[in-house]
Design a protein around this ligand. Sequence first.
Ligand code: ARG
Length: 409
Amino acid sequence: MTTGKKASGERERVVLAYSGGLDTSVAIRWLHDKYDLDVIAVAVNVGQPDNEDDIIARAMAIGAIKAEYVDAREEFVTDYIWPSLKANAMYQGVYPLSTAVARPVIIKKLVEIAKREGAAYIAHGCTAKGNDQVRFDVGIMSLGPELKIIAPMRDWVMTREEAVEYARANNLPIALKKKSPYSIDENLWGRSCECGPLEDPWMEPPEDSCDWTARPEDAPDEPEYLEITFERGIPVGYNGKEMGGVALITELNRIASRHGIGRIDHVEDRLIGVKSRETYECPAAVMLIAAHRDMEFLTVEKDVLEFKRGVEQKYSELVYNGLWFGALRESLDRFIDDTQKFVTGTVRLKLFKGSAAAVGRRSDYSLYEEGLSTYSEGDSFDHASAVGFIYCWGLPNRTAAKAHKKSKR
Ligand code: ARG
């Protein structure tokens, strides 16, 4: 790609999604040297454990003309996590999409800043083998179709050793942490881990691949009960305490981690057609999805629930596949929101050695009618109606059975 200068002779600008790590640090210098661009480094806080001052200082020391740290946690929860929770979004039924659902909010911030700064380019550190490159590229195209995209790690396939060498040769102030075999991504909704020993799908994930959660076998021997309150499908507090989303998820991650909840081991199908073994720790996400589904069982009609299951699967796939900023996701969100009108009430969870099981639920909009359910006194179900109903319900089967008996087959 030829970049060049503006007519005024000034350098063009690029907004780089900066994490402070080795690859994107190398990218700052590389974008400057190879593409002749002024780099604006942007780190977006979605709940990962960063040191804001270090990140900004490092970006500037390497040669960015500006560095920004954007706190997007509130927006991440309200506009991305809560919609996914209402969709009970789990890719392939197991992965709560913690990495996938954070990408769109990061992209939104990058595009906003690119527009504000008059940048013609956005750069990101994704490689050519993952899903994240698709999410970044398609997200950027959707929000800023005029922006050009550079992915240095995809264009220049660098081994870790080469990146370290480049940093050394260029005197870049890189904080080289002790070498971890894993590639890790963290945010409020979970922690993803891949590479190293995890690449053998037969091998149990080594304990050092986990960081957030206790081993279920080391978790407390006594269960802990936790009540989660929902309003229209959104959790608003626990154990009677009302809380904002960021604080609530942070707190629930802490509680569920102690009980070893939310460990996931998944051989997953990436969009690019590769199967990949990845592990996740998503304590709050797993707990909240379990509670939310349970609240829906109590308050949502059977046919709506059944139809919504299909919608949930489609929703999970399109979030995974990088289509957050598309018309279908927006339409599905409107449908899902409509299903949540009465998903208000409280679910009681029992946390014990890796599991979060719903053991109680109540709602002012409960569709559970004791008179209809009970086998004891106070039964209001019309028993005689069952016979007529079953006559009609089974009629196609009876008719077919008779007809087939007559036929020669
Ligand atoms: N496979 C997951 C996804 O595509 C997680 C990717 C996480 N990235 C990482 N560097 N570990 O959403």
